[in-house]
Design a protein around this ligand. Structure first.
Ligand SMILES: [Zn+2]
Length: 288
């Protein structure tokens, strides 16, 4: 879709503001969701073991309490809560106790804003852009949660899986059969690798969250895109791991989450998958 110069400024403001606000929500989600899930798991475990439940603490969910400093618990004022600018104005420190606010949360807001701009620039103001942005936002949240907590929560992966199938029921990115087979193949492929690896080495190299995340990629982009995504994720993951080991920041035996690499490879597949595949087929054809 071509946006005329006359309407491009309001569109740009809408996209950037929307991206920053969603980014602010994502940074809150990345911080709170693992804490909420851990409380649930603890409660379930205690119930299964017949242990007494701890005293219920103050309410803590995605909406309550409002944003506060994780160090001194002081509630954030209105001006500190503005996406992007709040962090910059405070120079990354709490107004009251001057504790450092992890720059990860600012990075999430920046990335989400850039993703909103990139999505509209790439797909225009279309339904494809809207859905692509939802997938990108989900991938950003998953990669940050996985890199910090080594979990890929079902409450994010499963809705993304259904959303991809729904989007492709209208053929937004691929045909519905390709999407359904993509999701099934992807899950099965990593499931097989996981069990073969465990059988051969006795170790677990991945988690079930990785299978579901790869199934998300299949549901959105179709089975044709799976080899590209798994190749890109494995290669970048291996290079990153080697760099960390060589620079002494990672022990050889420490597991490294695979989710962030699957997320980033899925995003590349969403934006550039077909041009990359076409280029590859063109090259392969030239060598025949
Ligand atoms: Zn503080």
């Amino acid at each position: 879709m071509i946006v005329s110069a006359h309407s491009s400024l309001p569109v740009a403001i809408f996209v950037i503001t929307g991206g920053a606000v969603i980014g602010s929500f994502l940074s809150m989600l990345v911080y709170r969701l693992p804490l909420i899930l851990k409380r649930h798991w603890e409660r379930d475990c205690r119930e299964a073991l017949g242990l007494p439940q701890p005293e219920p603490g103050p309410t803590f969910n995605l909406a309550w309490p409002g944003s506060h400093c994780p160090e001194c618990q002081t509630a954030l004022g209105l001006q500190d809560n503005i996406p992007l600018f709040g962090f910059l104005a405070l120079r990354g420190r709490c107004r009251h106790c001057h504790a450092r606010i992890p720059s990860r949360y600012f990075l999430i807001e920046v990335l989400t804003t850039l993703a909103a701009v990139a999505t509209v620039a790439h797909f225009g103001l279309t339904a494809r852009a809207g859905f692509a942005f939802l997938l990108t936002a989900g991938l950003i949240a998953l990669s940050f949660i996985d890199s910090k907590e080594q979990i890929l929560p079902d409450v994010i992966t499963l809705p993304l899986l259904w959303l991809g199938l729904l989007a492709n029921s209208a053929g937004l990115y691929t045909s519905l059969p390709s999407a359904v087979w993509g999701a099934a193949f992807a899950y099965l492929f990593l499931w097989l690798i996981f069990h073969a690896f465990r059988f051969a080495t006795g170790k677990e190299g991945m988690g079930y969250g990785d299978f579901k995340l790869f199934a998300v990629a299949g549901a959105w982009l179709g089975w044709q895109m799976l080899p590209l995504i798994i190749l890109l994720a494995s290669l970048t993951g291996a290079v990153y791991g080697i760099i960390l080991i060589v620079t002494g920041r990672l022990q050889r035996s420490t597991p490294m989450p695979f989710g962030p690499f699957l997320c980033w490879a899925t995003w590349i597949g969403l934006f550039f998958g077909w041009p990359i595949l076409a280029g590859y087929l063109h090259m392969a054809h030239g060598h025949l």
